[in-house]
Design a protein around this ligand. Structure first.
Ligand code: TXA
Ligand code: MG
Length: 346
């Protein structure tokens, strides 16, 4: 892991006060984080948490991550905390890592989806850290927040994305600029036995192994029937993070021919690829977005690129398949689910 660019957003104290007052009154506030924007409510208020599910259109049995001001707050939310959790929190918080731990009895079912575990994370964004510190108020209070998108859709990586999709359903959107990482946090389950990665992200299995001495199991690619029937992680559903336009991944060497065939068939095609080959420079019916060759920059821009291509009124989005090497794991995970969620057959 290299260090993701830190947000330089400035903190407006009056706006933080306003956000805290709204949250204490049970309202929804959209918050910037280093991964994606979240849709936050008081994690101890069942009615407020119910509003999150209504706004997203998300099934009520899907658990939410509780965002905390610091690692000192985890004992209010989790019990039987293994040493590995403390080590990972010390190494990566604030940062793009969510820990799944056994929940304290008082944690409400609306947050945990009725499970005996709770997801916890301290996000690394100056605006949201300021908000969490004030909201915590010495009581380790936390904010339940899923990504601030409609259920199954692309996560938002700037305030404008939230405004477009959920603007009429939130009381306030805190604009903290574009998200530094751009894809959702790595989720590590420490609630039973050996650590397991439930969702890959910016913090890799190697980063975790460096802290724990052992490589965690990777459960994130389990998209089989059993996993789909019991969605502990909604991001683990085969179909997720999806554009409305059908999306297909194509190997680099087959991309030009695939684009040509679609254009000849009269289709409008949007493409996300590392280079723009010469024959396609000015072709009608074609929208081409160049993507980075570097996995972290690619991830940073991925959701904004997909939103842009989705809005280009094309029949199809073709994505040049990135390499299958470990540093591309999280990007490939999101692309695979986007392809599946868009309904296109690959
Ligand atoms: O980066 C992130 O994690 C962002 C920002 C806003 O923090 N949040 C996010 O939340 O991606 P959401 O709800 O879109 O995805 C969180 C995932 C869900 O798939 C949920 O099922 C899983 O975390 N999750 C939450 N609590 C869990 C638990 N107790 N056990 C297993 N999975 C859990
Ligand atoms: Mg989400």
């Amino acid at each position: 892991m290299t260090t993701a660019a830190q947000s330089t957003a400035t903190v407006d104290e009056a706006e933080i006060d306003r956000a805290v007052a709204l949250l204490r009154a049970g309202e929804l506030v959209a918050i910037p984080t280093e991964t994606v924007y979240g849709l936050a409510a008081d994690a101890a208020n069942p009615q407020a948490v119910a509003t999150i599910f209504a706004a997203k259109g998300r099934p009520a049995d899907h658990p939410l991550i509780v965002h905390l001001a610091s690692a000192a707050a985890i004992d209010r939310w989790a019990r039987d905390i293994p040493p590995a959790a403390r080590l990972l929190a010390a190494a990566f918080w604030p940062g793009p890592l969510t820990l799944i731990l056994k929940r304290q009895p008082g944690v409400i079912d609306a947050v945990t989806g009725g499970q005996d575990t709770v997801g916890l994370r301290v996000p690394n964004h100056p605006v949201t850290l300021a908000l969490l510190r004030e909201f915590d108020a010495g009581n380790s209070a936390g904010l339940a927040a899923p990504s601030a998108n409609r259920y199954g859709r692309i996560s938002p990586t700037c305030a404008e994305h939230v405004r477009a999709e959920l603007g009429d359903r939130v009381s306030l959107i805190l604009d903290g600029g574009p998200c530094a990482v751009g894809i959702e946090s790595t989720i590590v389950d420490l609630s039973s036995g050996a650590p397991r990665i439930l969702r890959p992200g910016f913090i890799s299995a190697t980063d975790i192994a460096r802290v724990l001495g052992d490589t965690p199991q990777d459960q994130s690619s389990k998209t089989d029937e059993a996993a789909i029937a019991t969605p502990r992680v909604s991001g683990s559903l085969a179909a997720h993070y999806a554009p409305h336009t059908p999306l297909r991944r194509v190997a680099g060497e087959q991309l030009a021919a695939a684009v040509q065939a679609e254009l000849l068939a009269g289709q409008r095609v949007a493409v996300l690829a590392s280079t723009l080959p010469e024959p396609f420079e000015v072709v009608s019916g074609l929208v081409w977005q160049t993507a980075s060759n570097d996995a972290e920059s690619y991830a940073h821009d991925l959701y904004a690129n997909l939103r842009m291509l989705d809005a280009a009124a094309c029949n199809l989005i073709l994505v040049e398949a990135p390499p299958s090497t470990p540093e591309w794991l999280a990007v490939n995970d999101r692309l695979q689910r986007a392809a599946c969620g868009s309904g296109a057959s690959e």
